[in-house]
Design a protein around this ligand. Structure first.
Ligand code: G3P
Ligand code: CA
Length: 283
């Protein structure tokens, strides 16, 4: 089965990560899922920002948890990133220095904005929400997340398979908290190393899906099959190189997180079952 394509921080190779423009492009390119990182602002809003500080990705400076939503809304989160066109031909016609996305597509994206985008998407796209730790607010991040999902009717899906939202973290405590307070939500335990005790494919019962980095699968390609034997799907991040995409497909990865959804899809579709000459949206 072809892996499902999850747009990592949106289509972040071609648009600034975590901006509305990045997620709109990912949806336009037919991504099956969207990934985002969330953090709490000083005044208690969940916002989509990867780093502890806004320095790398915005025109501002400072730690997210010490800034208010109003302050963050004044920043431009798109300017730092060249909005790469989709192909070399487009590059000739589209100057790199001018961001094409409108200001409202380059500003701070809140989780509320992203849930709105999800709601407006007619396809059943899944949202993979990662909570970052350690943070000063500890468990308040998961508590606020679950409360917000509940307000949107997304915290208690009929089944895990049908859930529109999947919650992930590298923090075992965070994943356990989610299981405890929203037992019907599917969870991913993200892994940047593979402890010997988990190599058999066994997982703690509070995590539904295993989430290795691609570096782990290069070293342990059989890990995916061992997890499947235990009834666990695999979510693998962050997969952009053709050889890695092939590895994920061969290994049986269910969810593949990539910064370049269109390129990854094109590569997957060029496999044995590809439709020759199939065009991608936007091409
Ligand atoms: O999707 C999981 C992956 O995003 C984890 O790493 O640093 O990109 O959040 P990071
Ligand atoms: Ca992430």
């Amino acid at each position: 089965m072809r892996p499902e394509i999850v747009a990592h921080r949106g289509a972040s190779e071609h648009r600034a990560e975590h901006t509305r423009a990045a997620y709109e492009l990912a949806l336009h390119q037919g991504a099956d899922g969207l990934e985002c990182d969330i953090r709490l602002t000083r005044d208690g809003h969940l916002v989509c920002v990867h780093d502890r500080k806004v320095d790398r990705t915005s025109t501002g400076r400072g730690v997210v948890s010490t800034l208010t939503l109003d302050r963050l809304n004044q920043l431009d989160f798109g300017q730092w990133h060249h909005e790469l066109p989709e192909s070399a031909d487009d590059l000739i016609h589209e100057p790199l220095a001018q961001p094409s996305a409108e200001q409202h597509e380059r500003g701070l994206l809140t989780l509320e904005d992203l849930l709105g985008l999800l709601k407006d998407t007619p396809r059943p796209v899944k949202l993979f929400v990662e909570t970052k730790h350690p943070v000063r607010y500890t468990g308040l991040v998961e508590a606020k997340l679950i409360a917000q999902l509940r307000r949107h009717g997304l915290s208690a899906p009929a089944s895990k398979e049908e859930s529109r939202v999947v919650v992930m973290s590298f923090s075992r405590l965070a994943v356990r908290r989610v299981r405890q307070h929203a037992p019907q939500l599917p969870t991913v335990l993200l892994l940047d190393r593979l402890p010997t005790t988990m190599r058999s494919g066994e997982m703690p019962d509070w995590a539904d899906i295993t989430g290795p980095g691609i570096h782990l699968l290069r070293e342990h390609p059989d890990y995916v099959a061992r997890c499947a034997e235990q009834g666990r799907d695999t979510y693998c991040w962050t997969v952009d190189e053709p050889a890695d995409i092939d590895l994920c497909r061969r290994a049986g990865v269910r969810y593949l997180a990539t910064n370049a959804p269109a390129h990854t899809r094109r590569h997957l579709d060029s496999g044995p079952s590809a439709t020759v000459g199939q065009a991608l949206p936007g091409e």
